[in-house]
Design a protein around this ligand. Structure first.
Ligand code: NDP
Length: 334
């Protein structure tokens, strides 16, 4: 069976040559273990951070060791009481076609309740990130204006719809006209800004947000954050969810670079990691997201790549915005 290892730490934008494929033998599960067949692999921007040799909220990947991420797998053989052959599970697993895992680290998922891949997106980490980041940190109120960057991505597409459920005006920023059409038509965004074709982001945001920005859900950082802060309202909230525009940079930017704005306008800016700050609330969050899905209030999009060998490229393509909604790789048939 194949496994994907980190060959070397990427410099700037990751390349397929940073990864290495290795052939391994498939073992048999011991007591409390299962043999898993990988079905869907989640590729996520935060994995880029783990490829740096830096202390963070999660330990760095080691050279010569497999990359890990959220994976949906099928139980092939079980030595676990609560898991049987044919069950589907979600786990934080290695990029391997087959692997042995401890049953206690796996969560059973129901393929009748939702598409299996949805447990990597809207009913998984990115849906929960959107939900807790917006509602708990953003505290959106009816009639307020919520601006979201990375709006056509997995987190951002959910944020806009949840803000709409809360009665807000929503403005999304994304990197192509096709994505702007998608976020308005499918994800209920009132306004959209293509940051790649817009020269003056400060003015464009000011025009779209005629009453200013009350809540900014930031997935990208950098210049878009600067331009937003120049449009932020008094008592505004900035949710520092991610900063993908900075992940491939070798130098750390310091900020906030729009000097004095947070002070003058009493703005609150808060970061979080969903796994550390909201782990206790995951069940409640998933229940709410599933309810909205069922009621048709929440929609999602996926970009599904096929084939184990294409996992590294799918990950790399996140940084050029090749995905709409959640990027997943389908490795084997269900
Ligand atoms: P997405 O599905 O949003 O994919 C990434 C998107 O980022 C791309 O599609 C691309 O869209 C956009 N992008 C890439 N480079 C740039 C750039 N230089 N400037 C602006 N936009 C860029 O990924 P996720 O939904 O999984 O993650 C979104 C953000 O949320 C990331 O920053 C991630 O790190 C963060 N995150 C944080 C969590 C937390 O707990 N705090 C948990 C999960 C995610 P486009 O075409 O519009 O450029």
């Amino acid at each position: 069976t194949q496994s994907i290892l980190l060959k070397e730490r990427p410099k700037k934008t990751p390349q397929t040559s940073n990864f290495e494929f290795k052939e391994e033998e498939v073992k048999s599960p011991k007591e409390n273990e299962v043999l898993l067949k990988t079905i869907y692999v989640s590729v996520d921007p935060y994995l880029r951070g783990r490829m740096r040799d830096e202390e963070s909220y999660i330990e760095p990947f080691q050279i010569g060791k497999p990359i890990t991420s959220a994976i949906i797998a099928k139980v092939e053989k079980s030595e676990c009481e609560n898991l049987k052959e044919g069950d589907y599970v979600l786990g934080h697993l290695a990029w391997k076609e087959y692997q042995i895992a401890k049953g206690e680290n796996l969560q059973k998922v129901d393929s009748n309740q939702a598409k299996l891949s949805a447990y990597l997106g809207i009913l998984g980490m990115t849906g929960l990130t959107a939900y807790f980041g917006l509602t708990d940190i953003g505290q959106p109120k009816e009639g307020e204006t919520v601006l979201v960057s990375g709006a056509a991505g997995s987190v951002g597409s959910a944020v806009g719809q949840i803000a709409k459920i809360y009665g807000c005006k929503t403005i999304g920023i994304a990197g192509s006209d096709e994505k702007i059409k998608l976020i308005k038509e499918k994800f209920n965004y009132d306004e959209g800004i293509n940051y790649k074709t817009t020269e003056n982001m400060k003015e464009a945001i000011s025009k779209a947000a005629s009453n200013g920005v009350d809540v900014y859900f930031d997935n990208v950082g950098g210049k878009i954050l600067d331009a937003t802060l120049q449009n932020i309202n008094r008592n505004g909230r900035v949710i520092n969810c991610g900063a993908i525009s900075q992940y491939n940079k070798e130098e750390t930017v310091t900020g906030p670079r729009v000097e004095g704005i947070l002070i003058k306008k009493s703005v609150k800016m808060q970061g979080f990691t969903v796994r550390n700050d909201y782990k206790e609330n995951f069940a409640e969050g998933t229940k709410q997201l599933a309810k909205w899905l069922q009621e048709g209030k929440l929609k999602y999009e996926e970009t599904v790549r096929e084939g184990f060998e294409n996992i590294p490229q799918a990950f790399i393509d996140l940084f050029s915005g090749e995905n709409k909604g959640k990027m997943v790789v389908k490795v084997a048939d269900e």
